[in-house]
Design a protein around this ligand. Structure first.
Ligand SMILES: NC(=O)c1ccc[n+]([C@@H]2O[C@H](COP(=O)([O-])OP(=O)(O)OC[C@H]3O[C@@H](n4cnc5c(N)ncnc54)[C@H](OP(=O)(O)O)[C@@H]3O)[C@@H](O)[C@H]2O)c1
Length: 337
């Protein structure tokens, strides 16, 4: 049924050590809306359809089902392990030295893999929340970012590279002040940083900061996460696929506005990881970056349309005494304590 995209037509990005990875991947977070079976079926379809990069995480609670799909694809010779780029992430309650290795070991077992391509620290905060809690939930043990604690986690990630269990390591949900504090201390640099990136939230300073240091920006919620959980919605949020500039450009290309978000992302240089369990959607997401690029004028129109509108605010990670979610993002240029 799938009309596949030839993976050799998908542009590649080069990591700091020369490793090539695809310029687009598939997300696997179901936003508390889609089941593990729906998501793993989509991963199976996506492999057949030509996707070669999958963004996983222990907290998405679906690695076991996705692992069955990877094993099946390898056993049937649909794809070879080395042709896939597979990421996973350590969750906030597993940051202590020993726990990082335990988290990786569980992800490897669930995903049925010998190694991970990029192992991320999912958030730079240590805390615990039950999956699916609402935005007012707080962990009484939450604390602000702490360089020593973060570096304990990062040292464990570095050891995982030494052990050959991850090819690369990465960070996620970082800010420039936090990176300034930790990058000089890293023995192994982050190959990539996951960050929220879509037309209404372009994070130009953080994007440039990473590009200048050969750290690949991986853009999550690239379509503006229209199905995100209620806890991540506020009345001020911009809807990317309804932005007049995006709608106008979509009309000119005769495609859904979601595809304009993805073309923009790839042409700008970040790696978008859109999510969908719907074959029509995930296949058009992959295909769109292989054809009919945006013009320089359209790219410029989108650049100017940035609204600095963060959608995934991270309320639940706040610690006692913090003012509001902005404290997580160091908006005054220093690490908020
Ligand atoms: N590192 C982190 O902290 C972090 C945070 C958030 C997300 N992520 C990663 O980023 C991935 C993507 O982010 P996301 O899921 O929040 O947002 P997203 O990819 O921006 O949005 C996903 C939604 O967009 C819709 N969609 C996808 N393709 C479409 C198309 N061609 N036409 C119309 N609608 C389309 C889908 O709607 P339907 O539901 O109708 O199919 C889907 O639910 C996640 O799955 C996860 O892997 C990482």
């Amino acid at each position: 049924m799938i009309n596949p995209v030839d993976p050799s037509l998908v542009p590649q990005r080069t990591l700091y050590d020369g490793t090539k990875i695809p310029a687009i991947g598939m997300g696997t977070f179901g936003s508390d809306k889609y089941t593990s079976d729906e998501i793993s079926s989509a991963v199976a379809g996506a492999i057949r359809g030509g996707y070669r990069l999958f963004d996983c995480a222990s907290v998405y609670q679906n690695e076991e089902q996705i692992g069955l799909v990877f094993k099946d694809a390898f056993d049937k010779g649909i794809v070879k392990r080395e042709e896939l780029t597979i990421t996973t992430k350590v969750w906030n309650d597993m940051h202590a030295k020993r726990d990082v290795l335990l988290s990786l070991a569980k992800s490897l077992r669930d995903l049925q893999l010998d190694y991970i391509d990029i192992f991320f620290v999912h958030w730079p905060f240590r805390n615990y929340h039950a999956p699916g809690v609402d935005k007012d939930a707080r962990d009484p043990n939450s604390r602000p970012f702490n360089v020593d604690e973060f570096m304990e986690t990062w040292r464990a990630c570095e050891r995982i590279v030494d052990m050959g269990l991850a090819k690369h390591i990465g960070m996620s949900n970082m800010t420039i002040p936090k990176l300034e504090a930790v990058l000089p201390l890293c023995r192994i640099q982050p190959a990539a940083i996951e960050m929220e990136l879509h037309p209404s939230f372009q994070q130009p300073e953080l994007f440039d900061y990473c590009m200048e240091r050969n750290i690949m920006p991986i853009g999550y919620s690239p379509i503006g996460s229209p199905s995100r959980p209620e806890r991540d919605r506020t009345s001020d949020d911009v809807v990317d696929i309804e932005m007049p500039e995006i709608v106008e450009i979509a009309k000119a290309h005769n495609v859904h506005p979601a595809l304009i978000c993805l073309k923009w992302a790839v042409q700008r240089g970040q790696i978008p990881i859109p999510f969908s369990v719907k074959e029509k959607n995930y296949m058009s997401n992959l295909r769109c970056i292989t054809e009919d690029p945006l013009t320089d004028e359209e790219m410029e129109m989108i650049r100017k349309a940035d609204k600095n509108c963060r959608l995934i605010k991270g309320h639940v990670f706040l610690w006692e005494g913090a003012k509001d979610w902005r404290d997580l993002w160091d908006l005054d240029g220093t690490i908020t304590k």
